[in-house]
Design a protein around this ligand. Structure first.
Ligand code: NAD
Ligand code: DAU
Length: 342
């Protein structure tokens, strides 16, 4: 049993939010979930379609809508905020919705949680810490990583909007004693991820007979985590984390983009060079790497999903088996990238 029976999950139709809702339904029989989601381009209703109506209710609406948020927070024991504009490339073309949803939306949730003294958890990203210098694969283990003490140094409008939201949460804790926590996680992969993102884009390119696209040098490093491990970490922090604390979530799986792309190509029976080098992302962060020691030592969490290669295989199979989920979006996503030379 848990102290939280009614949980408001904002952005719970999106990729990591929907995986968290599935996790709650599968593992927490006492919990009822209300999802508040605007159903932007990134919110596929189908992501929650197979869940029992008695356990999950979807409210279509905006986290910037203070009246609606007040009403929903009043009935919640805890709020977990996944709602966001999430894609760096989009934030470079049109930053406005990032500021609106990620900053003002978080503020709106904080004010309602303050009013009702509701437990709040902010889902954030390692990108608030900027990037790290590239190192060789052999050096990764001992080279510096992000820690909860790393300075905020966001690079993109997306990262800056998430950093702003984190700072708002910290100030609501400090000034108003809001019972809140923050987690900053590395790059997730798994089912329900939008096909604009790196791994699903390349997998669906191959399935659709298109060539995968690699930005710049392909040497940029991301620290990959199976989204199921992220969900369990968030639940651990929500139920056992110390109030006011920041926890970093990562699974020690640093890989450069070229290596990941070659793994996808090999797994899908393609030649290693069957992809296009395309224009780099402006301001492209070089390396992300998470030190999750605090989460591991304080709360006993550790990754359980298994290694990157086996989860990549499962993820590829999911996109193969769910062509209806992504197929009618593919042409428009690729046309938008093509306009940027990507
Ligand atoms: P996503 O784009 O797949 O989903 C975002 C969801 O939020 C969508 O369902 C969308 O409809 C909803 N939404 C957007 N604006 C809204 C608004 N104003 N009101 C209500 N709902 C709104 O994104 P994601 O990859 O699932 O990321 C979710 C959160 O997790 C973000 O806060 C992101 O910063 C964080 N995060 C993601 C990753 C990752 O690798 N995907 C890693 C670390 C942190
Ligand atoms: O680190 C956590 C972050 O991970 C989250 O905060 C973001 O919401 C999430 O989108 C993700 O950000 P990235 O920018 O790292 O993810 P993306 O999938 O866009 O790109 C991953 C890497 O792959 C990055 O180095 C850019 C590169 N890339 C991306 C695409 C879409 C390519 O080389 N080719 C591509 O087609």
């Amino acid at each position: 049993t848990t102290q939280f029976k009614e949980i408001l999950v904002t952005g719970g139709v999106g990729f990591v939010g929907a995986n968290f809702v599935h996790y709650l339904v599968a593992t927490q029989p006492d919990v009822h979930v209300t999802v508040l989601d605007k159903l932007t381009y990134a919110g596929h209703r189908a992501n929650l379609a197979d869940l029992p109506a008695a356990r999950v209710r979807l409210v279509v609406g905006d986290i910037c809508d203070a009246v609606l948020v007040d009403q929903l927070v009043a009935g919640a024991d805890a709020v977990v905020n996944y709602a966001a504009e999430s894609h760096n490339d989009r934030s470079l073309l049109a930053p406005a919705p990032f500021i609106k949803t990620n900053v003002e939306g978080t503020y709106t949730l904080l004010e309602a949680c303050r009013k009702y003294q509701v437990r709040f958890h902010q889902i954030s990203t390692d990108e608030v810490y900027g990037d790290l210098p590239l190192v060789t694969a052999a050096e990764q283990k001992t080279a510096p990583k992000f820690t909860p003490e790393s300075p905020y140094r966001p690079s993109s409008p997306y990262a800056a909007s998430k950093a702003s939201a984190d700072l708002l949460v910290q100030s609501w804790v400090h000034s108003f004693g809001l019972p809140a926590t923050i987690s900053n996680c590395s790059n997730n992969f798994g089912p329900y991820q939008h096909i604009e993102k790196f791994i699903p884009r390349q997998v669906t390119n191959i399935l659709a007979g298109r060539r995968p696209k690699l930005y710049g040098s392909g040497r940029n490093v991301r620290d990959w985590i199976a989204t199921s491990d992220h969900s369990r970490a968030v639940w651990t922090i929500l139920t056992q984390g110390r109030l006011g604390q920041v926890y970093l979530i990562g699974a020690n799986q640093e890989l450069d983009n070229l290596t990941v792309l070659r793994m996808i190509l090999r797994e899908m029976g393609q030649p290693e060079d069957a992809f296009d080098w395309v224009a780099d992302r402006p301001g492209h962060d070089r390396r992300y790497a998470i030190d999750a020691t605090k989460l591991q030592q304080e709360l006993g969490w550790r990754p359980l999903a298994g290694d990157f290669a086996s989860n990549l295989r499962t993820t590829i199979a999911w996109y193969q088996d769910h062509q209806d989920w992504w197929h009618n979006q593919k042409a428009a996503v690729e046309a938008a990238y093509a306009r940027q030379g990507q």
